[in-house]
Design a protein around this ligand. Sequence first.
Ligand SMILES: C[S@@+](CC[C@H](N)C(=O)[O-])C[C@H]1O[C@@H](n2cnc3c(N)ncnc32)[C@H](O)[C@@H]1O
Length: 344
Amino acid sequence: MPASRYFLEVPAGTEVVARAELQRLGAKRLSEFPGGFRLVQDADLAKALRARTLAAAYLSMTFAVPRPKALLGDANFRALVAAVKGVAARGVYGGLRFSAAGADSPTMTRLASSLASEVGLPWRQDDGELLVRLRPDPATAGWEVLVRLTPRPSSTRAWRVCNRPGGLNAAVAAAMNEFAGVDARDAYLNLMCGSGTLLIERALRAPARRLVGFDVDPDAVRCAETNAGAAGVAKRCELSVGDLTDPRFVEELGATGRFDVLTADAPWGDAVGAHAANRALYPKLFSAAAALAAPDARFCLLSHELRLLRSVVLDQPWWRVEHEAQVAHGGHHPLVLLMSRAQE
Ligand SMILES: C[S@@+](CC[C@H](N)C(=O)[O-])C[C@H]1O[C@@H](n2cnc3c(N)ncnc32)[C@H](O)[C@@H]1O
């Protein structure tokens, strides 16, 4: 029989805060594994599934076989089918998707089609919601089969009813909020809020003294309002249209109070914004954040403009980098900087 347990996938680069969140929720016995954590105690699964930093949760089975072809052998295949059927029975699935290196090789193709047919689902490589992954297990030199426990990744949120280009992955947003620290006494500001991912994730995580977001684009603010409504947090969020490069707007917002935590996912210059415009925008983002910050504020910023970000950080007096991490985000590895307000 294969050894089975659960695998919790988190965005690469967020392991430190994801582990802390999982432990805070009561999933205490975790072992680190590439891409996330293995859950040592099955009883902790329900607790782990509440983690906002979780990208996806899988049933994990390790087979002591030298190559994938052996999974087609009678006993292994029966164990595999039983496990996949068990997951399929707990949700609504229209198809099975199989993911592995060399997924179009004859062995993998046979494995995927036989599995789909035994489970009674069409094999739909493009959009099957029942995701089955196969990867070598470095710990045992065998093979690990992962069956995602939910039809959608955990980072797909029910509140996201309005999408915009460049929307932040919710698990990454949750991790940024954890990097910045969460305290119910905090006044929280999400600059350039777009569809509101950071703000809404923070609102759902814990109470706050204030929750504020703004964006220069009125459509983005409407989108954030719609999402906040779907999340049930609209009444707690103050959203407005505003341009951080406009000193009057910054002054007026600052007059309402200073912020303990500031977050931003700045334009990357591809889907949103342009590289040339970012060279002027980024220094202003740092100065606006400083003008709006309380004396001991933390500022968590994400961008894929790695070189620009690093050079702007060096050229400004207001923010000191406390921690940095490159995080996995849809095939990219943007940089997250956690900064504290420096004394001028
Ligand atoms: C990468 S998107 C943010 C995406 C957002 N985190 C989300 O999850 O939807 C960057 C946002 O910066 C906004 N922005 C660009 N320049 C701005 C400015 N000068 N003042 C305020 N917002 C600005 C854009 O309108 C855009 O919504």
